[in-house]
Design a protein around this ligand. Structure first.
Ligand code: HEM
Length: 349
C-alpha cells in the first residue's frame, strides 16, 4: 500500500489530464460546431479539475441529479423561478441535493459558449468529461446534444424523486425502475461512489449503534474518530468524509483493517471499480450501498464488478450514456442565457 502525498496527488491529476485527449465529434446537425462545443467543455472541465480535484465528482453527480428529476433539462442549475419562490425553492434547496456542486464550472462553460448550447447539454457533456478524466480515459461514451432547458425546478420534486441513502434495496430498485433503469444498472451506477465526499448527515445512521446497518466495526470506529476530530477542529456539526476508503490515509485504512488487494491505493480520486472492493468488505458509507449486498443477484454483480474492472468501466459508460438520454419532461423549453435563471418569468406550472 502506498500513501499518496500532495505532490504525488497533483502529479496524478496532471497525468490524468494529459492521458485523455478531447474526443473528436461530428457536427450534430443543429447548426453549431459540436466539435468546438465539445472541445471547449473538455478544456474547461480539465482546468477545473486541475484547480480542484473534487469538482470532477461533483460534475458526475450533477448528471444524475439533473436527469433524474424532470429528465435532462438543466433544472438542477436554477437558483430561482417565479414558481419556486413560494414553493420551497428550486432543486438546489432539496435535502437530497446536499453537497451538490460544480455550478461554477457550468457557468464558466456557458459564458464561453453562449446561446450555442443549452445548459442541459453542458451538464451531460461536463459530467461525461469528468468521468473520462477521473477514470484515466477508461470510461468514455458519446452523448447527443440538442437538449433544451426546462423552466420548472422544485425542491419538493427533487426530494420526491431522488433516492436517499437510507433506502432499502426494494425502494432503490423501484426508484430506478420508475426511470426505466434495471437492478443491474443500480449496481453499476452506485459504483460512482468510488469518488467524492459525503456529509456526516448522509451516513450518520451507519455510525449510530441503535440504528446502524452492518458496517465493519473497525471502519465505523475510524470514521467516528475522524468525524469527531473534524467537528472539534472545524466547529462544524456536519463534516465530510471521502466516499471511498481507498482515498483515506494509509493510517486510516490500516486502522480499519482495509484489504487493498486488487486496488490501486495510489490512484486517489480515480473513478474505478474499487467501490466494489470496499462494499464487499462492509466499508462503504451509505446504507443504500450496503443493501446491494442483501439481494443474491445484486451481490453476484458486486463480486463480478470487483473482479472485472474493465467490465465495470464499460457498463458504467453505457449506464451514464443512458442516464444522459433521459428526456426532458414539461411543455416549455428554451436555451437559457444564464444557467441559473429562466429567460423570462414563466407561470405555466
Ligand atoms: C443509488 C442511489 C444513490 C443514492 C442513495 C446516492 C446518495 C448519495 C449521497 C447521500 C451522497 C453524499 C451527499 C452529501 O452528503 O454531500 C452522494 C454523493 C455522490 N454521489 Fe450518489 N447516490 C446514488 C446514486 C448515484 C449515482 C447514480 C451517481 C452518478 C452516476 C452518484 C454519484 C455521486 C457522487 C460522484 C457523489 C460525490 C459527490 C461529490 O463529492 O461532490 N450517486 N450520493
Amino acid at each position: 500500500m502506498m500513501k499518496l502525498n500532495a505532490v504525488a496527488a497533483g502529479a496524478l491529476v496532471v497525468a490524468l489530464l494529459i492521458s485523455v485527449q478531447p474526443a473528436a465529434a461530428d457536427g450534430d446537425g443543429r447548426g453549431y460546431d459540436k466539435k468546438g462545443v465539445e472541445y471547449t467543455v473538455r478544456k474547461e472541465v480539465e482546468k477545473a479539475i486541475k484547480c480542484d480535484s473534487g469538482v470532477g465528482a461533483a460534475l458526475v453527480r450533477l448528471v444524475f441529479h439533473d436527469c433524474w428529476v424532470n429528465g435532462c433539462d438543466g433544472s438542477v442549475l436554477l437558483d430561482k423561478t417565479p414558481y419556486s419562490i413560494n414553493n420551497g425553492g428550486t432543486e438546489k434547496a432539496a435535502v437530497n441535493n446536499i453537497g451538490l456542486a460544480g455550478f461554477d464550472v457550468i457557468d464558466v462553460i456557458k459564458a464561453k459558449l453562449g446561446a450555442a448550447v443549452s445548459c442541459a447539454d453542458i451538464v451531460v457533456l461536463a459530467g461525461r468529461d469528468a468521468a473520462a478524466i477521473l477514470s484515466r480515459g477508461r470510461i468514455t461514451y458519446a452523448v447527443e446534444t440538442g437538449r433544451k432547458d426546462g423552466v420548472v425546478s422544485s425542491a419538493a420534486a427533487a426530494d420526491a424523486t431522488l433516492p436517499t441513502s437510507t433506502m432499502e434495496f426494494q425502494q432503490l430498485k423501484d426508484n430506478f425502475a420508475r426511470k426505466g433503469f434495471t437492478q443491474g444498472e443500480l449496481v453499476i451506477l452506485s459504483g460512482a461512489h468510488s469518488i467524492g465526499v459525503s456529509h456526516l448527515s448522509s451516513f450518520h445512521d451507519r455510525l449510530d449503534s441503535s440504528t446502524a446497518t452492518p458496517i465493519d466495526g473497525r471502519y465505523a470506529a475510524a470514521l467516528a474518530k475522524d468525524v469527531d476530530a473534524q467537528k472539534a477542529a472545524q466547529m462544524t456539526p456536519d463534516p465530510t468524509e471521502k466516499n471511498n476508503i481507498r482515498d483515506m490515509t494509509s493510517k486510516f485504512r490500516k486502522a480499519s483493517g482495509y484489504d487493498a488487494t486488487g486496488v490501486d491505493t495510489a490512484a486517489v480520486g480515480a473513478l474505478d471499480n474499487s467501490y466494489y472492493h470496499a462494499n464487499l468488505q462492509n466499508m462503504v458509507l451509505f446504507k443504500s450501498d450496503w443493501v446491494l449486498r442483501t439481494d443474491d443477484d445484486a451481490a453476484t454483480d458486486l463480486v463480478e464488478y470487483r473482479d472485472n474492472a474493465t467490465k465495470w468501466d464499460n457498463d458504467f459508460a453505457d449506464a451514464m450514456a443512458k442516464l444522459s438520454k433521459l428526456p426532458a419532461e414539461g411543455s416549455h423549453f428554451e436555451i437559457r442565457k444564464n444557467c441559473r435563471t429562466t429567460n423570462q418569468n414563466y407561470y405555466y406550472y
